[in-house]
Design a protein around this ligand. Sequence first.
Ligand SMILES: [Zn+2]
Length: 399
Amino acid sequence: MLGDLKRDAEKRGLLTAPGFIDLHAHLREPGFEESETIATGSRAALAGGFTTICAMPNTEPAIDSPGLVAELIARGEAARAARVLPIAAITRGRNGKELADLVELAAAGAVAFSDDGSPVADARLFRNALEYARAAGRPILEHPQDLTLSAGGVMHEGVVSARLGLPGMPAAAEESAVARDLALAKLTGGRLHLSHLSTAGAVELVRHAKAGGLAVSAEVTPHHLALTDEWVAGSRALAWEDGGPRVAPFHTATKVNPPLRTAADVRACWAGLMDGTIDAIATDHAPHASIRKDVEYQEAAFGISVFETAIPLLLAGVAAGWGTWERVVGALTAGPARVLGIELPKNDLVVIDPKVAWTPTATSLRSLGKNTPLLGRSLTGRVVAAVVDGELRHELALA
Ligand SMILES: [Zn+2]
């Protein structure tokens, strides 16, 4: 079946790839089901080409016990959409104070550990976490952010934040955290994976660490590979475009953490992806119910709904010459599989129409999170079919 589908698609000029693996998704269940559920999130993931997604544990309750890990696995299987792999919390209740039992959580099926959304601020505790994660045979996925430096910030600190009069989060808040994390990975030999790098300086730190032989890995998101801080000011031009459409400034769908950075940072993220400094493209899909976004910019929740718009953004970057499709596919498949230490699922397949133009709307997105600044903007390229374990679970009828 897979072979036939692949041949038929390629005959029609469509792209095929192994199923994409997302290391970083927020499915919001349990606790925030008005923003997303495991069922809606895993269906939205498939519509975006992701046949395997890793669910972040910042739910209510946080996923910090073997019973909760098992429950998440069961709910993922029941949804019969994308394969859902649980990430467990590093600390109990994600409180940053006491380590969860990482060895037990791994035995229950946690594929990695993260307190994502909150960095582990206590360096001594993070050192211990890396040591226990090594014993558990799993990576730590760390959200690198110095909260004292970024406190109060709602966007990237730079000329655009100054112009808009919004408090900024400096690149140094990310870079100083990355430097600390790299030093502790070196000290412990624990497997460190850095989540959502967004600055040129952070990419350079990882490049340097890898050149020195450190076994570290890192990811970037589709939005940090395409959008800039000018989007907060109303630009809707991708990083490589001049001019382009504009909307009113301060749209809360542009508020995300880490924040959208400068075009030079976007360029550096692509360069890191192309030279192997960056191992994976992960969505950081962060859906929010409208009540958390239909407020003043400073009050709005951080996060963008990403699953269904990731591939067109990446195709646009490739078309602009900032990277190659081959490398993008590697960072969506073999790269994340390597980070998790798993084999690529053999019977998964994604089919993409690289030429079709479409416009994401609140009704066309399967995710309950409609919080993307790409709503209403024309995109090119769309996932038209996705197969999980030999079963066609997503198919889009195109006009
Ligand atoms: Zn994060």
